[in-house]
Design a protein around this ligand. Structure first.
Ligand code: KG4
Ligand code: ZN
Length: 352
């Protein structure tokens, strides 16, 4: 029987709401609204938490109303009558930002007497894969890379996870953001670095310059599945200092060399995890999975592991959105995992 979920996401700098229907594991996204705060935070070179909460407070109701009216073309009470449950991100994330989304969800749950499904933001990213219409076969290995986390996770079944490894310092997206700042390329760093890399001319001379930079591929021999990117960031900093002023051409070389180092590291660790845990499918999720080169290298794993199914969500579901929260919520809902609005609180440091 069809079940319809309203979802809300506000853990960082996107205010988002979506409506999704599911029937026997087949998902249909009815609406997906994201109000980005990038313009607001750009001049600070990163997310400014107090500004983020304020913007969420302004945006949350219009975004929810838009998601409901796009899905049903009805007024709020009539649209809410079609909703079976409300899925909402409770953590991890910025506390002030999380509180706005959760308060909106609780209020709607109370007023319209709906169950709530609290969703861990990481789990939301994992479920973004289901939005492409895929059904990853378990056990599925996830490389989840975003601004707040970098994990290798083995998903043995719905809601049954083993965290194989995570970053011991900076997340991959954080490294992109910090290196972009060092290169004065703007915020968010991931797309800014990708834009520079697209200008790389690929000549022998440029490749030689990349080799000379010799950026490290950290932790490849650590015999675990953890990551560390702060040393790579520091290596970039030292080479920038040694080079003095960077020409536009130098910036392209630095961006290219950094992106190669970080994507090689992510892919090599993923290979090691595939060899050890022998999953049936592998999935790439999180904001950094918008990176074209990372996507290509992940797809290319098919050459070494032809028996693996490979899943990468479409670009629009890689960075934060509420559709992925709805997908995760749907699978909790059909297994009876709902809560009452008064039993839920935000958890800024939640892990899976
Ligand atoms: O998943 P997300 O939207 O938020 C968190 O949960 O953190 O990820 C945001 C991160 C930012 O660090 C951003 O720089 C990175 O994803 N990102 C990228 C690209 N697009 C976004 N990193 C590398 N290449 C990209 N094209
Ligand atoms: Zn995220």
């Amino acid at each position: 029987m069809t079940k319809t979920i309203l979802s809300i996401e506000s853990s960082c700098d996107e205010t988002a709401a979506a409506v999704l229907s599911g029937d026997n594991d087949k998902l249909e996204l009815l609406s997906n609204v994201v109000a980005s705060q990038i313009d607001l935070h750009q001049k600070y070179g990163g997310v400014y938490p107090e500004l983020a909460s304020r913007a969420h407070a302004e945006q949350i109701l219009p975004v929810i109303e838009e998601a409901l009216s796009k899905a049903f073309d009805k007024n709020l009470p009539e649209a809410m009558a079609k909703i079976d449950a409300i899925a909402v991100t409770y953590g991890p994330g910025l506390i002030g930002s999380l509180v706005v989304g959760l308060t909106a969800a609780k209020t709607l749950a109370y007023v319209f007497n709906k169950p709530i499904i609290p969703i861990n933001h990481w789990e939301g990213h994992l479920y973004s894969v289901w939005l492409e219409g895929a059904q990853p076969v378990f056990p599925a290995l996830f490389l989840t890379v975003s601004g707040g986390h970098t994990n290798l996770i083995l998903m043995k079944n719905h809601h049954d996870y083993e965290i194989l490894g995570q970053t011991v310092d900076d997340a991959a997206g954080e490294a992109f953001d910090k290196v972009a700042r060092l290169l004065d390329l703007g915020y968010p760093g991931g797309p800014a670095i990708s834009k520079e890399v697209a200008k790389f001319d690929g000549t022998d001379r440029s490749r030689q310059k990349v080799d000379t930079l010799n950026f490290p591929r950290p932790m490849l021999n650590s015999h675990d599945f953890n990551f560390s990117f702060s040393g790579l960031k520091t290596a970039v900093l030292y080479k920038i200092r040694a080079a003095g002023a960077l020409s536009p051409q130098d910036k392209i070389i630095f961006a290219y060399a950094f992106q190669e180092a970080i994507t090689d590291t992510l892919i090599t660790k993923t290979c090691q995890a595939i060899e050890k845990f022998n999953p049936k499918s592998i999935c790439l999720t999180g904001g950094v999975s918008a990176n074209k080169i990372l996507r290509q290298k992940f797809q290319a794993l098919a050459e070494n592991f032809p028996e693996l199914q490979i899943h990468i969500p479409p670009f629009q579901f890689t960075t934060d959105n509420a559709a992925m929260i709805a997908a995760a919520g749907y699978f909790h809902f059909i297994s009876g995992q709902t809560q009452k609005w008064y039993d839920i609180n935000v958890k800024p440091t939640a892990t899976l």
